[in-house]
Design a protein around this ligand. Structure first.
Ligand SMILES: [Zn+2]
Length: 468
């Protein structure tokens, strides 16, 4: 059995200096070694593409090396480390429940060899199992519809004219764009809001940025894919049209909202934070303070921003401020913070003290908007909402299948034998979605927010069995 570790995005055609490789556990593409480990914001901002194996190295922007992208049939790797045994989990089990096996620690270390993987296949997420032996060149991208029939793109363009419509069918759009949904939606919205001209963005860099985004959402996840990110971005676009927001938001706010939505689930492994903790995943060790997934999404988003150079022409202070705001925006999607956000929102609504002229208040509203966009599936029209329900349930159950094999202890909602989609959806809508969207409707007081609540009630009736 062969094991592959996918390296993160790097300019792989650039030689890595020896003095950098010699530094244990770290790579920097910046040839200025003095910058490596530098703590000042200016230094950090130049530390593009840095990798670290060291979980205490919080300044590394992109800590992804141990992200398991395994081939073969094994699901468990045992790595003997200083007398202890470390359990690693192959997430491919989510898609192949038959294979169970172990890889020796020697094999583990062998595959950690850096040079061996300095030319990995980037597009692994869309590729079949990687070949064994020496790394093969990447397969040509599978593009069919666009090559066969440009009419599909024509229809996609027509759909984009209604991108701010709440009934926008993201699944149809995904078919029409041959899976390029996120890039197409984002590019259209950047033009729609004039962000390309306002911020002087380089179209080629934007293209690279959008491509990297698309690449780092994994198509093998049933739910957390680039289609979900595109759906959240499209929902955010709808919220930006709300009169309460549209009258006050600045261009920076709009840029932040769209990029926050597009990056908020980057490199999602398709399992929950609790699963990562139980499996000793390196991300859980890295972000011991919590918000494991959200921190990872944010860091990867920043890395892709820097790797693409999308904002590199802007003053460094502006970029760092933007990255900080992106952090608090994405971390707001941590569902464990839901109660805290609802309490704050409720207090603001009761006191009627939110001022959209105040930058902090606007940011809080953007956080609430992203939270709404992230879990807005029950507020979509029934035909769209049901598709999302199937997909998220499938992801829960796949995690449960893996937990059954590994620990015999299955997370709540993840056991396909004792849970059903209707009860999962009914509980989610009643206890998570409804309180949030009720408050959102109180704030917006708009036709859209009322329409969303109406859809939510209809979907709740359907799942609870009271639908006609
Ligand atoms: Zn999400």
């Amino acid at each position: 059995m062969e094991v592959y570790y996918q390296l993160p995005v790097l300019a792989l055609d650039r030689p890595v200096p020896k003095h950098v490789l010699g530094r244990r556990g770290a790579i920097s593409l910046n040839s200025n070694a003095s910058l490596f480990g530098g703590r000042s914001p200016r230094q950090l901002s130049k530390r593009r593409g840095a990798i670290s194996y060291d979980r205490t190295d919080q300044t590394a922007l992109f800590i992804c090396l141990l992200d398991m992208r395994l081939t073969g049939r094994g699901i468990i790797i045992k790595s003997e480390k200083r007398g202890g045994t470390k359990l690693w989990v192959d997430f491919r089990l989510l898609h192949n429940q038959s294979g169970v096996g172990c890889v020796s620690g020697k094999r583990h270390r062998q595959h950690l060899s850096l040079q061996r993987y300095l030319h990995p296949i980037r597009g692994f997420s869309n590729s079949p199992a990687l070949p064994t032996g020496p790394v093969a060149p990447p397969p040509p991208p599978q593009r069919t519809l666009g090559l066969l029939d440009q009419q599909y793109y024509g229809q996609a363009s027509v759909m984009l004219k209604r991108v701010a419509s709440w009934n926008f069918d993201i699944f149809l759009f995904d078919r029409l764009t041959d899976g390029e949904t996120l890039g197409c939606v984002l590019q259209h919205l950047f033009h729609k809001y004039g962000l390309i001209e306002l911020f002087g963005l380089d179209p080629l860099r934007f293209h690279k940025f959008a491509g990297l985004l698309q690449e780092y959402y994994y198509t093998r996840n049933p739910y957390h894919t680039s289609v979900h990110a595109a759906d959240v971005t499209q929902a955010m676009c709808c919220f930006l049209q709300e009169p309460k927001l549209a009258q006050s938001l600045t261009s920076w706010d709009i840029l932040l909202a769209l990029l926050g939505a597009a990056t908020h689930d980057l490199s999602h492994p398709g399992v929950t934070q609790d699963f990562l903790i139980k499996s000793n995943h390196y991300l859980a060790l890295l972000y011991q303070d919590g918000a494991v997934l959200e921190n990872h999404h944010w860091k990867l988003g920043v890395c892709i921003l820097r790797e693409s150079g999308l904002l590199s022409h802007l003053p460094v202070e502006d970029r760092l401020c933007f990255e900080g705001r992106l952090n608090s925006l994405i971390l707001a999607t941590d569902i464990s913070k839901q109660r805290e956000f609802l309490s704050r929102f409720d207090a603001h609504l009761k006191n009627d003290d939110l001022s959209m002229n105040n930058g902090n208040d606007r940011h809080f509203i953007l956080q609430m908007a992203l939270k709404c966009a992230d879990i807005c599936n029950p507020c979509r029209p029934a035909v769209i909402s049901k598709q999302w329900s199937h997909m998220v349930t499938q992801e829960f159950f796949q995690q449960g299948d893996m937990e059954r094999v590994l620990w015999q202890e299955i997370s709540p909602l993840c056991d396909r034998h004792s849970n059903d989609m209707a009860s999962i959806q009914t509980d989610f809508i009643s206890f998570v979605a409804e309180p949030l969207f009720t408050q959102w409707a109180k704030f917006c007081k708009s036709p859209l927010s009322r329409c969303m609540l109406g859809n939510l009630q209809e979907n709740k009736r359907y799942w609870s069995g009271s639908a006609p």
